[in-house]
Write a protein that binds this ligand. Structure first.
Ligand code: ACO
Length: 403
């Protein structure tokens, strides 16, 4: 590792690294990835063990505070989060301002950014207590806002949070309860949702997390920083991939057409890529994809959709791609998004909500990373340099001369 800051101070030279392929932007103790070995750990704990043995609130506590909670700490944390789940009634009016067919990610981005206007007078980021309250508010209100975005698109009244439910159950309740019928929690689906939230909770310095850190490095309001993260997550190369995977599987249509699409993905003159395949860091099977595939089978069995045609297409696609020289050579494996869309669909979650779910899970990671950055004495305002390739100095041309 080269200390670029020292290198720059001594030589006046800086690195040219579009896409930050080999630039470390911070030091962090939150998430560890070994992309070659397919390892992901939160605070040193393997993702598979956390997904198997913990609930999302324990993992959120771990990411935010650095240690797994004991039973008392877990209960207190759950109490705190559940007592911040309400969102100010005035924000309904804000949501009402969106077009009825607005994408739920656009609504989430706007509403979370608007929280900064609600808490602008109580967010002094130099005060650790206020920083902690901001973390709690964000983690707690995200499911409410995501469910609002969905309800609004359906033209249904918003469902209020139920504090007696756990985090995942509460989200499902707010998504699916109507004034006519209260959602009855299905423990298998709630457990699957909880595990999905754990798998998406953090992933070190990806595009959206780096966006949150960059926005926050100027001292910006944390709600505004998270809104910036949501915007970055939305793209199809990042969190929007789960939506894109489902669209792709639908486009493929039947397992016998998989070969045709794999061929297209390899063609340099075709911009088509296999969605849910490849990763900047993983050059091995994404460990989250393995857990997601297992969750997919459990959920489909629970809802009686073992014969889901899209799963058959996905499995055929995985099989063909993993045996293909192009994908082997470039080390392209399924990533977390490959199976998540099929799981969400089986749970009755519409495609446009997929990335919102990712955003609500990742909020825990974003705000943990924001906190770590604010508390890091070495952190400076983020300010990348550029390789200028524009015109050299030119004499000014007056309007008359320009004709
Ligand atoms: N299908 C076909 N070819 C691919 C794919 C793919 N899904 N992904 C990468 N490649 C090829 C590229 O064409 C490139 O080939 P080349 O070296 O001949 O030019 C090579 O593999 C490397 O790809 P890059 O785009 O340079 O790799 P990068 O690290 O920049 O991109 C990314 C990673 C964006 C995830 C890419 O693999 C991709 O677009 N995948 C599909 C979208 C997706 O699933 N995104 C979700 C990522 S996970 C997440 O955000 C939670």
């Amino acid at each position: 590792v080269v200390d670029i800051r020292k290198f720059y101070n001594e030589t006046g030279m800086f690195t040219y690294d579009p896409g930050y392929m080999s630039t470390g932007s911070c030091s962090s103790s939150i998430t560890y990835i070994d992309g070659d070995a397919g390892i992901l750990r939160y605070r040193g704990y393997d993702i598979a063990e956390l997904a198997e043995n913990c609930d999302f609130m324990e993992v959120a506590y771990l990411l935010l505070r650095g240690e797994l909670p004991n039973a008392k700490e877990r209960d207190e944390f759950h109490w705190t989060i559940s007592h911040h789940t309400m969102v100010h009634e005035q924000l309904h009016k804000f949501v009402d301002g969106f077009r009825r067919d607005a994408h739920p990610m656009a609504i989430m981005c706007g509403v979370v950014g608007a929280l900064s206007a609600f808490y602008h007078d109580s967010i002094d980021i130099t005060d650790p207590y206020q920083r902690m309250v901001a973390q709690h508010r964000l983690v707690a209100k995200m499911p409410t806002i995501a469910a609002w975005a969905y309800k609004y698109s359906q033209g249904q009244p918003f469902a209020y949070p139920r504090n007696k439910l756990n985090y995942a159950e509460n989200f499902l309740h707010m998504m699916f309860s109507t004034p006519c019928e209260e959602y009855e929690v299905n423990p298998v689906l709630a457990k699957a949702m909880d595990r999905i939230l754990i798998l998406h909770a953090d992933h070190e310095q990806n595009a959206s997390t780096s966006t949150v850190r960059l926005a926050g490095s100027s001292g910006a309001n944390p709600f505004a920083c998270i809104a910036a993260g949501i915007a970055s997550l939305w793209g199809p190369a990042h969190g929007g991939a789960n939506e894109a995977v489902l669209n792709m599987l639908n486009q493929i249509g039947t397992p016998d057409r998989v070969g045709e699409f794999v061929k297209r993905a390899k063609d340099k003159d075709d911009s088509f890529r296999l969605m849910g395949f490849g990763h900047r860091v993983y050059k091995n099977y994404d460990p989250r994809a393995k857990l997601m595939a297992r969750t997919c089978h459990e959920v489909l069995a629970e809802v009686g959709a073992e014969d889901e045609p899209l799963l058959k297409i996905a499995m055929q696609l995985e099989k063909i791609a993993l045996e293909d020289d192009y994908f082997i050579e470039k080390k392209l494996y399924p990533n977390v998004d490959f199976y998540s869309g099929i799981v969400f669909r089986a749970m009755g979650i519409p495609t446009t909500m997929f990335t919102c779910l990712f955003a609500l899970a990742r909020t825990v990671g974003w705000i943990s990373q924001w906190k770590e950055m604010i508390e890091d004495p070495d952190q400076k305002i983020g300010r990348p340099r550029q390789l200028y390739q524009g015109a050299t100095a030119r004499p000014f041309i007056s309007m008359e001369q320009r004709g």
